[in-house]
Design a protein around this ligand. Sequence first.
Ligand code: SF4
Ligand code: SF4
Length: 395
Amino acid sequence: MSTETLIHKLKKHSIKDIPRLFKANYDHYIRHDLPYYLYDKIPFGYAPAPRSINIKITNRCNLNCVMCGQTATRHQKWQQEELSADDWIHFLRSAAHFNPYISFWGGEPLMFDGIIDIFREIHRLGLQTGIITNGLLLEKYAPDLASFDNLHIGISLDGPPEIHDEVRCRKGTFQKMEDGLNAVNHFRKKYGKQPKQLSVIFSTITPKNQYHFPELIDTARRFNPEEMCISYLTFVTNELIAGTNRITEEQLNTRFDSLEGFKADITQYDIPHIEKLTEMIRSNEFNVPFKLHFNPVLNPDEVKRYYFDMRFTMGRKTCFRPWFIAELLPNGQLNFCPDFPDYRFGDIRTTPFLKIWNGTEARAFRKLLKKFKLLPMCVRCCGLLTHQPRSVLRH
Ligand code: SF4
Ligand code: SF4
C-alpha cells in the first residue's frame, strides 16, 4: 500500500480510528518507510540500527574465478584473520534485539568451520538469514542446510555448464553446484518439508559469457529461482582510483588499495550486443517464470555510457548503504563498502556493535558521503546500484 493509498484510506475514517490504523500500519510506515525519508537527515552522521548485516565470514575460497576482484588484497594479513564461530554466535546474540537480516558471503562462506552452528543459532534467535555461495560445498552440508526454513540461498551462475566452468576456472563446478542444490531438496523431502526455492541467481556479464546469455537464462530455469539478477559489472578506472584516494587520504587518512582488483578492460565488451540483450530482457522476450532483471536497470541507449562515461550515475545521487547496512569483515571489523573494505574500524569482540556503528569512524564516513554525495569509486559500485533503501528495508 502506497502512502497515497494510506492518505486516501485515512480520509474515509473518522479521527477516532487513527490510533487503530496507526498501530496496524506501524511496521509498514514507521519502521520501514520513515527511515527511507529521514535517513540522511539525522545530524552528526548518526544512523539507526542497521536493517541488514552482511558478514564476510572468510576470505578463503575453493575457486579462483577469472573475474574475482578480491585478489588485490586477499593476501594481506588482516584479510586472513578470522573470528571463531563462538565469537560470531556471541555477536549475533547481542544484535538479535534489533532484528537484522543476516547475510553471509566470502570468499566461500561454507568453508568457514562452524558455519552450521552459526545458522543453528540464527534459527534459534528467530532471525532471517541468507548465504551467497559458489555451491561447491552445498552437498556436504545438505542435511543441515535443508533443516533451516529461515535460510535463503543465493548462487552465482556465469553461463551454461561449460561456460560457467570456464569462468570459474575449474571443470565440474556447475555439476557440483547442481548436485548440491538437489541434495538440499532431497533432504527437505526426507524431513517432510517443501522444496527450498533458490532465492536468487546472480550473473555478471563478462567478456567470456557475453554471447551466452540466452543459454544462461535457459540454464537458470533448471534451478527455479525466485529472482535472477544480471549485473553489468562493478569496476573502476585509474582516474576513479586516483580521485577516490585524493579525497579519502585527506579526509579519512585511508587509501583504497582494494580498488586495484576491480580495474577491467572494458574494450573487450561488445556494446551493441549488450544493448540488444538489454532490450530483450526489458521486453520480456525470455518469458521466464521468475523475476528477471538487470542491475542497474538501463535503457539500451544508456549501456555505452555505463561502460565508458564515468559522469553517468544512472540517476543515483548518493549512496544510502552506510545508514542501513553493516558490512562485517572476517576479523570482526566494520566497514561500509562491500567490495572496497579499506576503511574499516572497531572490533565486535571488544566493543558493543552499536557503539562501533555510531562511533567516530563510522560517522566520519557518513559525514563525508553527505558532503560529497558520491565518491569517485561509487559510480560503478554494486552498492550504488541497489540505490533504493526500500529494496533492502523490505527483506
Ligand atoms: S567464488 Fe567468489 S570469492 Fe571465490 S574466487 Fe570466485 S568470485 Fe572470488
Ligand atoms: S557506492 Fe560508494 S559509499 Fe556506497 S558502498 Fe559503494 S563505494 Fe561505498
